[in-house]
Design a protein around this ligand. Structure first.
Ligand code: CDP
Length: 571
């Protein structure tokens, strides 16, 4: 079996079934069999004679071979009583005590089942506004976020992982300045990622240096103006110093909605890759590109035949998940089945580039990203169309862009690039579409276990080319990059780049290349060196806007404590 020790540790701690005393009673094979059998069952809804066993075998094989992994809740809960299989949810928050506490309760139910929740706080009246029933004054979005945060703290996700949240506030909300700095103290609101929802109007005002209006969502009236550049600079300042808030381009997200007839999206899931309508959920799955290669006459090449097959299997799998999922709320059940959004994406992209000898931070790398994601996206749509012929179109089809185009789809979206934080460990792949964090590094695997790892393909090349030594690997772990280390051939240095060798410019170019070929969004962190200036951050934000990204998250090295991945070197 190809699972690494890290993968086994993660699986044992959180994924494999336990008995009432907490003893693990499932093997890794058993887990994948449980998932495959359960997900395959959905075919019988459409065809009483379907060969469930063969389908289950196909599902089982792609997971056991680490070619495809569904998001964590599917691995944890499929075929079990809980049965909640989605990673991503967006819940609405109405501007009333009842509405606010309903959302907290609903979030708690979702966190318990292993999902993450995104919220827009934009509908809440600003701090100091009057409350009619009591004659008192409102506390405002930020103070309620703290209540959501405490509730999350108290409910451990799926028994072992803490719930993740996304909090969004529109830039034209009167409390926007307070929101922008609400995580200035990095020990506050720790169960939330936060992003400012930027509008086109705001971005135009930034470019022209103009003021823009703040609107009280409760009555739709203007409460005053702010200078757009001042607000923008404040966002940049906070992101530079703490990594938050991120930004999302709300109007762009809605312009690209495939179901515009169903209303507006106001938030994404916790890691930003999945914009959703209120009460929608989405299940994700990722193809491990590191496994989609074969030996050709001139070294490694992409195995497009196998990649196509795995895309087909992935789409089939994720569409089945929608049918067998046990949704935590009636509203979520209805909305999710209406649009049938799925998010097929990739991991191991950096690994694939290493094998192909293509530098991540190059036009060649960006062009390649474009090409491979276009292939996956088109193929996934083709498969969704095939499924539509047998199973019918998604129920909100007439509210979608596909209706006008006359394209019959089973799913209103098919592609998303997830962070693959845990499933990439299970698959032994680099995360999502990120460059490798380091060629050799210390990984903090849950509860502060620290493990030194060397990238296996780098190790292989180093041995083949005769520059391998343990001492060298230690040195690389300390530096985090091989770019300044002597004794490594230049051509190797060019290809085996890591996050810090990749300038923010190439990070964004890569994100944009994937976004061009993805229905939903792309989870990506743009890494900056510690020395980067506020102007550097500002420039990259503008570039993300100009290149069509749906949002951006940055991280400047050393600006936040408790990094998940860290090189040995102290900064
Ligand atoms: O690798 P895995 O399937 O565990 O998850 P991921 O790709 O890192 O994250 C995908 C999504 O799962 C996130 O955007 C969140 O919506 C959700 N998630 C969560 O709720 N809590 C976590 N601790 C991790 C992920």
């Amino acid at each position: 079996m190809a699972f690494s020790n890290n993968a086994k540790t993660v699986l044992e701690r959180r994924y494999l079934t336990r008995d009432e005393e907490g003893n693990v009673i499932e093997t890794i094979e058993g887990m994948f069999k449980r998932v495959a059998d359960h997900v395959a069952l959905a075919d019988s809804i459409y065809n009483k004679e379907a060969d469930i066993e063969e389908l289950s075998n196909n599902f089982y094989n792609v997971m056991m071979e680490q070619e495809f992994m569904p998001n964590s809740p599917t691995l944890m809960n499929a075929g079990k009583e809980l049965g909640q299989l989605s990673a991503c949810f967006v819940l609405p928050i109405e501007d009333s005590m009842e509405g606010i506490f309903d959302a907290i309760k609903n979030a708690a139910l979702i966190h318990k089942s292993g999902g993450g929740t995104g919220f827009s706080f934009s509908r809440l009246r600003p701090k100091g506004a009057t409350v009619k029933s009591t004659g008192g004054v409102a506390s405002g979005p930020v103070s309620f976020m703290k209540v959501f945060n405490s509730a999350t703290e108290a409910v451990k996700q799926g028994g072992t992982r803490r719930g993740a949240n996304m909090g969004i506030l529109r830039v034209d909300h009167p409390d926007i300045m307070e929101f922008i700095e609400c995580k200035k103290d990095t020990t506050e609101i720790t169960n939330f990622n936060i992003s400012v929802g930027l509008t086109e109007k705001f971005m135009e005002a930034v470019e022209k240096g103009e003021d823009y209006e703040l609107i009280d969502p409760h009555n739709g009236k203007s409460t005053g103006t702010l200078n757009a550049r001042t607000v923008y600079k404040h966002i940049v300042e906070m992101a530079w110093s703490t990594g938050e808030p991120g930004i999302i381009f709300l109007d762009r997200i809605n312009r690209k909605s495939t179901v515009p007839g169903l209303g507006e999206m106001e938030s994404t899931n916790p890691c930003g890759e999945q914009p959703l309508l209120p009460y929608e959920s989405c299940n994700l799955g990722s193809i491990n590109l590191a496994k989609m290669i074969k030996k050709g006459t001139n070294g490694y090449e992409v195995d497009y035949d196998r990649l196509g097959e795995v895309v087909d299997i992935g789409v089939h799998f994720l569409d089945n998940v929608i049918d067998i999922n046990r949704y935590p709320l009636q509203e979520i059940d209805e909305m999710t089945r209406k649009t049938r959004k799925i998010g097929l994406g990739v991991m191991g992209f950096a690994d694939m580039l290493f094998h192909l000898g293509i530098p991540y931070n190059s036009q060649q790398g960006v062009d390649f990203a474009h090409k491979i994601m276009k292939f996956i996206d088109e193929r996934s749509k083709k498969k969704s169309q095939e499924l539509a012929e047998i199973r019918g179109v998604f129920p909100a089809y007439e509210d979608s862009i596909f209706y006008n185009e006359g394209i019959k789809m089973r799913n209103s979206t098919t592609t998303t690039i997830a962070p693959t934080g845990t499933i990439s460990i299970i698959a032994g792949a680099s995360s999502g579409v990120e460059p490798l964090f380091a060629i050799s590094f210390v990984r903090n695997v849950m509860d502060n276990d620290r493990l030194l790892e060397v990238h296996p393909y780098f190790e292989q090349i180093a041995k083949e080319r005769g520059f391998y030594s343990e001492e060298l690997m230690e040195k690389i772990a300390e530096e985090g990059t091989i770019s300044h280390i002597e004794g490594i051939p230049e051509d190797v240095k060019k290809v085996f780049v890591t996050a810090h060798d990749v300038s923010p410019f190439w990070h964004i170019k890569m994100q944009a290349a994937f976004q061009d070929n993805v229905d939903n969004a792309v989870s990506k962190t743009v890494n900056f060196r510690r020395e980067a200036t506020r102007e550097d951050v500002e420039e990259v934000y503008m570039l993300a806007y100009k290149l069509g990204c749906k949002g951006i998250t940055i991280y400047r090295d050393g600006s936040r404590e408790n990094q998940v991945l860290s090189t040995l070197k102290k900064h």
